[in-house]
Design a binder for this molecule. Structure first.
Ligand code: LM2
Ligand code: CA
Length: 481
């Protein structure tokens, strides 16, 4: 997606999954901006399926979270709010220094139901409010724009024809190689850019393919900052050749979904919940087979992986926070912190009214996972921003579950995923002096906030410190006394 102009590159972002627009705006002003988050990813804002009855079998949730992945048209009347609320959110966030990135569902239209949150009626392959008609879709058949699998769905995820042109989960598959479809998709994305949006997480990008993605991207306008939009492609791993995440890095950035599994395995060996080995993270990144850092949106989890076993999640408690703190320190990718809602069954809706309209997020209820507000996370966001692009150095590991490293001579951090405290004496790369541990405090005048004791670095750069179980220590020169 790089046409020679400068492309928006996000700093640390928060993925506020299905937080409604007024709650995202509030978080931008009160928490995300002040903490140093430079962007926020929001859930798909297009008008979508609104279910009116339960499906078959074990279906018990009328308005599952996944209704938003079934677009009906590109007006912005959604479970998260109105177009006016969306517009106000984007402008409020930008004023708080937080750019907005939108989850764009452009591979398909809805595959079930007949009415939407915006009150539109439709049938499979006919969505008059866009409008799309049957000619705008890949359909079961043998023509050049048809899907030739016997079911009309993707039966073989290694078959490039099926992956691009057959239905994913029965969702009506847009003929994204058609110029008329491309221009309607680009018009939707350009409307969002017009509101001040800075880029996109492209849902199911693997099922669109490089050529069609590039044709759509070429039609996008510059952002309000004069940059080409960020373009983060959702391509899960495991496919051969041109179906691999690596093969999409010529079209944009990609989501770090293979990294999600490596992080899970380092922090918590799956599936028996033994502790893994943080020592393995010494080469995490391109050194462990992942896509290049400057082309990757990195995260510990997203809305899919927190439900499918691929990732650590809020249910892992302090170990989940530790993994996020480590990712913010690691220097790999554009790190993203996930805040969603709690669930017991995988289909559960976020807190909503009886019509499925999502109610204001409240961190006091235990129903919303407010990871972005956690003081340790906030401390490491500041640390991340302060160390910038400084190279990792002074890597230490006990060969098990304690690691430490510096980023140039700007910051140093240690992480303990073991079950008992560990005292280490290691080189920090920092000038001698007293520092506040950013996980628990900040510099305030000549002392550290919260009554936290300063951490001493000697004149040779050595520190002796004890890192608690599931704990971390983070020092940077902005918090040197
Ligand atoms: C994605 N990335 O490529 C999203 O990250 C993922 O969350 C989406 O699936 C998927 N692709 C399609 O956009 C979710 C959810 C599915 C759900 C779909 C569509 O994980 O379970 O599928 O959204 O809402 C549901 C039903 C499924 C049914 C389908 C179509 O669970 O059984 O398929 O709707 O009616 C017959
Ligand atoms: Ca497709």
């Amino acid at each position: 997606g790089d046409d020679g102009h400068r492309t928006d590159a996000p700093g640390v972002t928060a993925n506020m999954f299905e937080w409604n627009w007024s709650s995202v705006a509030r978080e931008c002003t009160n928490h995300l901006g002040p903490a140093g988050f430079r962007g926020v990813q929001v859930a798909p804002p297009a008008d979508s399926l609104k279910r009116t009855s339960l499906g078959n079998g074990s279906d018990t949730v009328l308005h599952p979270w996944w209704e938003v992945y079934q677009p009906v048209d590109y007006t912005l009347t959604s479970r998260m709010g109105t177009a006016a609320q969306f517009a106000a959110m984007v402008s409020t966030c930008r004023q708080a220094g937080v750019k907005v990135y939108v989850d764009a569902v452009i591979n398909h239209m809805t595959g079930q139901g007949n009415t939407s949150y915006g009150g539109q009626s439709y049938t499979h392959f006919s969505y008059p409010a866009v409008p799309y008609t049957a000619a705008d879709f890949h359909q079961k058949g043998t023509g050049p724009n048809d899907c030739s699998s016997s079911s009309g769905g993707i039966e073989d995820f290694n078959n490039v024809h099926q992956v691009f042109k057959c239905e994913l989960l029965g969702l009506a598959d847009l003929n994204t190689s058609d110029p008329g479809v491309q221009s309607r998709l680009a018009a939707y994305l350009n409307t969002l850019i017009g509101y001040g949006v800075s880029g996109f997480r492209v849902d199911a990008a693997k099922h669109i393919g490089q050529a069609d993605l590039d044709a759509i991207y070429r039609q996008l306008h510059r952002t309000k900052d004069g940059l080409r939009p960020y373009w983060a492609l959702e391509v899960f791993g495991g496919g051969p050749g041109i179906l691999s995440p690596q093969a999409f890095t010529t079209s944009g950035s990609v989501l770090g979904l293979d990294g999600v599994k490596q992080i899970r395995d380092a922090f918590k060996s799956y599936p028996d919940q033994h502790i893994g080995s943080l020592a393995t993270l010494q080469v995490f990144g391109s050194g462990s087979g992942l896509t290049p850092s400057d082309r990757t949106l990195s995260f510990v989890t997203n809305h899919d992986t927190e439900r499918n076993g691929d990732a650590l999640s809020y249910k892992d408690g302090s170990r989940y926070l530790l993994a996020n703190e480590w990712l913010l320190a690691s220097g790999y990718g554009s790190p993203q912190v996930f805040s969603g809602f709690t669930f017991s069954s995988p289909d559960d809706s976020p807190p909503s009214d009886a019509n499925g309209i999502i109610t204001d997020a409240d961190c006091g209820t235990g129903r919303w996972t407010c990871t972005h507000r956690n003081p340790g996370i906030v401390g490491m966001v500041g640390w991340h921003n302060y160390v910038g692009k400084a190279q990792r150095a002074n890597f230490y590991t006990d060969g098990d579950n304690v690691i430490a490293f510096s980023r140039g001579n700007r910051g140093w951090a240690a992480f303990n995923n073991g079950t008992s405290p560990k005292t280490i004496t290691v080189q920090t790369g920092l000038p001698g002096g007293d520092y506040c541990n950013v996980l628990a405090s900040q510099r305030s005048g000549s002392g550290c906030t919260n009554g936290a004791p300063p951490v001493h670095v000697d004149s040779h750069g050595l520190v002796t410190t004890t890192v608690g179980p599931s704990g971390a220590v983070g020092l940077d020169r902005a918090n040197k006394l």
